[in-house]
Design a protein around this ligand. Sequence first.
Ligand SMILES: NC(=O)c1ccc[n+]([C@@H]2O[C@H](COP(=O)([O-])OP(=O)(O)OC[C@H]3O[C@@H](n4cnc5c(N)ncnc54)[C@H](OP(=O)(O)O)[C@@H]3O)[C@@H](O)[C@H]2O)c1
Length: 170
Amino acid sequence: MRLALIVAAAENDAIGRDGDLPWHLPGDLARFKAATLGHVVVMGSVTQRSIEARLRKPLPGRRTVVLSHGGYTSDSDLVTVVSDPEAALDRAVKISAELGTPVAYLAGGASVYTQLLHAVDDVLLTRVHAEIDGDAFMPAGWLDPFTLVREESHPADGDRPAYSFLDYRR
Ligand SMILES: NC(=O)c1ccc[n+]([C@@H]2O[C@H](COP(=O)([O-])OP(=O)(O)OC[C@H]3O[C@@H](n4cnc5c(N)ncnc54)[C@H](OP(=O)(O)O)[C@@H]3O)[C@@H](O)[C@H]2O)c1
């Protein structure tokens, strides 16, 4: 199984504010959905709660592995809760094998990206071309081990900043 980190990050590597995304970019949400549908996504409980607050349910059409020390629980068949990062990888491998999918996605937030960066093979970055006031950031130098292999630019649209889809391989 390959592990792909999927994230939208501003030029200053801000990814979140007040437990949620600091922007509304439908193009980025569509990319996330297209990439992750039918796959396993791994995320921390803060990110999982923000998704459940928005959708009133876990991500449909995906299996979610949620990291929590115990404060987060779920009765959904689509959600597996684990209590350490290596257990998250183990479960992602097992569920991906059940699904017959060759890639699982690491979907944040900041603490989970940082703890599992060492296991990441590929990066799907949406670079938001703005400096954003945030309280959650990617770790310094996080892209250093990766090489850019694909780039697709999207212009600004009204209040929405320009952004680029950037694919990297380790
Ligand atoms: N721009 C993007 O693409 C993107 C993507 C994802 C998230 N985000 C943003 O990132 C922010 C959230 O990031 P965050 O770092 O605050 O939270 P997070 O990584 O989503 O979740 C943190 C929680 O995960 C659990 N956790 C983390 N490490 C653990 C470990 N080693 N063992 C067990 N449980 C562990 C803990 O849950 P418990 O407290 O339940 O123990 C911890 O409080 C939000 O603003 C969100 O919108 C942005």
